[in-house]
Design a protein around this ligand. Structure first.
Ligand SMILES: [Fe+2]
Ligand SMILES: [Fe+2]
Length: 228
């Protein structure tokens, strides 16, 4: 399975206060990540994927509870968000085979999870539109970061090691696949999350949503058993 082509130019132009807050917050976090990780893309992927796997589960939980209370249809949002959360966790399980986090990074992951989960949950309750917009912007940055990771591999600064087994099973990659093939499908996943979340934010904002322009999700196994 080859990764779908990714449109790198997609950017939601911020309109209104909520979008500007979401964009400003994302750019501030980008600055922190760039300062902390510099070009250690394997480590960067591990730490940031532990964060990226949170919003989908929060959004799914809150929408699930809302649909139960209101006894209404979810229009497919819950399953989409749960698949996003699992997909991000599989990114983590893949990159943990490529790089090993330091003790300090493990401590950062624990601290950040407490703060980010609670803050994102609260934000989603107050403004789900802003929450999805933030994820859309996070994913724009993720597409950019994985593009830079590809450049590191192509220019020989990161070794193009064989693809981890778990990645080959999850994305159905052929034998002989490498880290480069994995980063390509991960980047395509991020582009899909980007467009889905900007689409959700637009829908909540009453703006038109062009579903045909959502980047396709690469094939992935939705029933993988990690212990298999
Ligand atoms: Fe990811
Ligand atoms: Fe993502």
């Amino acid at each position: 399975m080859s990764a779908p082509i990714v449109d790198l130019s997609v950017h939601h132009q911020p309109t209104g206060v909520s979008d500007r807050i979401a964009y400003g917050f994302t750019k501030m976090l980008r600055f922190c990540a760039d300062t902390f990780f510099a070009k250690r893309y394997g480590h960067r992927a591990i730490v940031l994927e532990t964060v990226a796997a949170v919003p989908g589960m929060v959004g799914a939980t809150i929408n699930h509870l809302k649909c139960l209370r209101r006894m209404c249809d979810d229009k497919g949002w819950i399953r989409t968000l749960m698949d996003e959360a699992e997909n991000e966790r599989m990114h983590l399980m893949t990159f943990i085979e490529v790089a090993k986090p330091t003790m300090f990074e493990r401590l950062v992951i624990m601290g950040v999870q407490w703060v980010f989960y609670l803050a994102f949950f609260a934000l989603y309750l107050v403004s789900s539109k802003t929450a999805h917009r933030i994820v859309g912007y996070f994913e724009e940055e993720a597409v950019l970061s994985y593009t830079l990771y590809l450049k590191e591999i192509d220019e020989g600064r990161s070794k193009n090691v064989p693809a981890p087994e778990i990645a080959k099973r999850y994305w159905n990659l052929p034998e002989g696949s490498t880290l480069r093939d994995v980063v390509l499908v991960v980047r395509a996943d991020e582009a899909h999350h980007r467009d889905v979340n900007h689409g959700f934010a637009n829908e909540l904002d009453g703006l038109p949503v062009d579903k045909a322009r959502i980047a396709p999700s690469p094939y992935h196994d939705t029933g993988i058993k990690l212990a298999a």
